[in-house]
Design a protein around this ligand. Structure first.
Ligand SMILES: [Zn+2]
Length: 238
């Protein structure tokens, strides 16, 4: 293969690596953000459940106190029953007792609901905490790797750019100009091999005479359809 073509292939490889590094500048911070978000969301879930449990514990205490007060009042009215003298007093006392009984029954229902939810939360919270621990463990390893990766992108690009310069100066001007022109229009895939008698960049088939020219490899030959630089390599014989 021509020296220029060999160098162009190397250049293409370096350009691809630089492209990948440039792209990672965009997506790595997004991935870091996603991993951090997963940790935060898991932590927030635990926090929300714990806050709910604290609220329920307060509700439980309040309801217990309220019920105790109502029971005391009921007991007091019941003892007063023994000493009433008139029907009017009796009716008034009965009304008070009914009110207390209704409120006790409502309070007990509420207390039961609170206790059920507390039981659920006491089972749920350790599960959520376990999930948080696992997410933290996994994500923090990845986060450390990604942050290291982000910090090294600049240096890696610089190294590749130096490599690129060293190769670029050795390429003939016409070949280099064609490469840069195609790269501008077609992106990273500039030098392509002929496969099954066709351009592997755009799949256009070539007539036998054209195949002969490419195989001989005199000068830079471009695909007349997509303009990419064609090479004849081990894959092309098939
Ligand atoms: Zn082509």
């Amino acid at each position: 293969m021509q020296k220029d073509l060999e160098l162009l292939l190397k250049l293409q490889e370096i350009d691809y690596t630089i492209g990948e590094l440039e792209r990672s500048k965009g997506y790595l911070p997004d991935m870091v953000h996603q991993l951090q978000k997963q940790i935060d969301e898991a932590a927030n879930s635990v926090k929300a459940l714990e806050e709910r449990l604290t609220q329920l514990q307060l509700d439980y205490k309040r309801l217990e106190l309220e019920l105790q007060t109502l029971e005391n009042e009921l007991a007091k009215y019941q003892s007063q029953m023994k000493i009433i003298k008139t029907n009017k007093e009796y009716d008034a006392l009965m009304a008070e007792m009914e009110t207390r009984k209704t409120r006790i029954s409502k309070g007990e229902d509420e207390l039961l609901k609170v206790m059920n939810e507390m039981e659920e939360l006491n089972a749920k919270i350790p599960e959520y905490k376990q999930q948080l621990t696992e997410i933290k463990k996994t994500n923090q390893v990845q986060l450390a790797e990604m942050k290291k990766e982000i910090d090294s992108i600049g240096t890696k690009i610089k190294i590749k750019e130096d490599e690129r310069k060293n190769i670029a100066v050795r390429i003939g001007k016409p070949a280099a100009a064609i490469y840069e022109r195609v790269r501008k229009g077609k992106g990273e895939v500039v030098v392509v091999s002929v496969k099954k008698k066709a351009c592997s960049g755009c799949y256009k088939s070539f007539p036998p005479q054209r195949i002969q020219e490419i195989r001989k490899g005199d000068g830079i030959i471009c695909c007349d359809n997509c303009g990419r630089i064609l090479i004849w390599d081990s894959d092309s014989e098939n």
